[in-house]
Design a protein around this ligand. Structure first.
Ligand code: DP6
Length: 327
């Protein structure tokens, strides 16, 4: 009744921002992402008969945030119910990158937890079914069940069984790099669940945003298929800016950016105008992720390092699906 899994975060090129069902965590529209090698979460789950409750630790410390602990416990309840297991579990998780700073730690976190907990409980589920399970923890986690370029399907069934991700292209399809410019340390103030909830309830820009997503998905699939970098960049920046626009239009507005985020946007666009192939995307935090073809990585790193307020740069590339086994 013990298993360990390693999963990778993913960065969306076509963003997920809104839900069609809160209880089952069903997305209001599809999304499309790249799973990233170079960053990982490793989670060990052990169902132990003597435990009086679930014990969860992250990066060597017992989870102190009660909301975060509840989220894990409720997720374990889903696995227990499916596997007919009644014992509590010990969950030990390590991230090798900053947690909860807008770096998709919930994506790799719930993907690793889905794989480790289901295996420890004796469930032998397909990646597709595990993707729908991971979605219950965090919508973006459903995409981390696959490697490379991955599309999330919103599904139409009320029970959410068809709301899972599917692979679009393997990691070696396209030798891209994703450079993550960290613009602050510490945790973000408005989590993505809260930010998208407020957007959906109060932003007049929410519905128009949802109506743009299918077109972005179609065009992104084509750009990936043809390895058309400039088309991919155009759609990804547009999806990111529209997602943030709908959030900024909430009441009160949800603004994830700081001054360095904005400097980076301008600098990347200027560099592209000067002939350097690169584009940005930003999630529910102030950091900026910059995609480029592998051969210009050093030039992009130099560019980002020169910007005031960039504290660190992480390098990632299209990476694999989760793995089960010893870390
Ligand atoms: C901006 O997957 O964290 O990163 O389903 O409520 O847990 P919940 O939300 P989450 O949202 C991710 C939002 C995003 C865009 C994306 O990854 O598609």
């Amino acid at each position: 009744m013990k298993a360990t899994a390693t999963a990778h975060p993913n960065i969306a090129l076509v963003k997920y921002w809104g839900k069609r069902d809160i209880a089952l965590n069903l997305p209001a529209a599809g999304s499309l992402s790249v799973t990233l090698a170079g960053l990982s979460t490793t989670t060990e789950v052990c169902f132990e008969p003597h435990l009086a409750e679930d014990v969860v630790s992250l990066d060597g410390h017992q989870l102190s945030d009660e909301r975060a602990r509840r989220r894990v416990v409720e997720f374990l309840d889903l696995v227990r119910r499916a596997a007919d297991v009644e014992t509590y579990a010990r969950v030990v998780t390590y991230n090798d990158f900053p947690t909860a700073a807008g770096l998709a730690s919930s994506a790799s976190g719930f993907a690793a937890l889905a794989v480790a907990a289901s295996s420890a409980a004796g469930l032998d589920w397909s990646p597709q079914r595990l993707s729908a399970l991971a979605r219950r923890g965090s919508g973006s986690a459903a995409r981390s069940l696959f490697g490379g370029f991955v599309e999330m399907r919103p599904g139409t069934k009320p029970d959410g069984s068809d709301a899972h991700a599917k692979p679009v292209a393997p990691p070696d399809h396209w030798d891209l790099r994703c450079l993550i410019a960290l613009t602050t340390r510490g945790e973000k103030k408005v989590g993505s669940t809260e930010g998208m909830g407020r957007t959906q309830q109060t932003s007049p820009l929410f519905q128009p945003w949802i109506e743009t997503v299918d077109d972005d998905l179609r065009q992104t699939r084509l750009a990936i298929d043809k390895r058309d970098f400039s088309a991919l960049g155009r759609i990804a920046e547009r999806s990111c800016l529209r997602m943030h626009a709908t959030a900024i239009g909430a009441d009160p507005g949800v603004l994830y950016w700081n001054a360095t985020t904005v400097s980076l946007i301008h600098r990347i666009r200027r560099a592209r105008g000067d002939g350097l192939p690169c584009f940005f995307t930003i999630d529910a935090g102030p950091h900026v992720k910059v995609f480029c073809p592998a051969e210009v990585t050093d030039d992009v790193v130099d560019l980002l390092s020169d910007i005031d307020g960039v504290r660190d740069i992480l390098t990632a590339r299209p990476g694999p699906a989760p793995t089960l086994g010893a870390a």
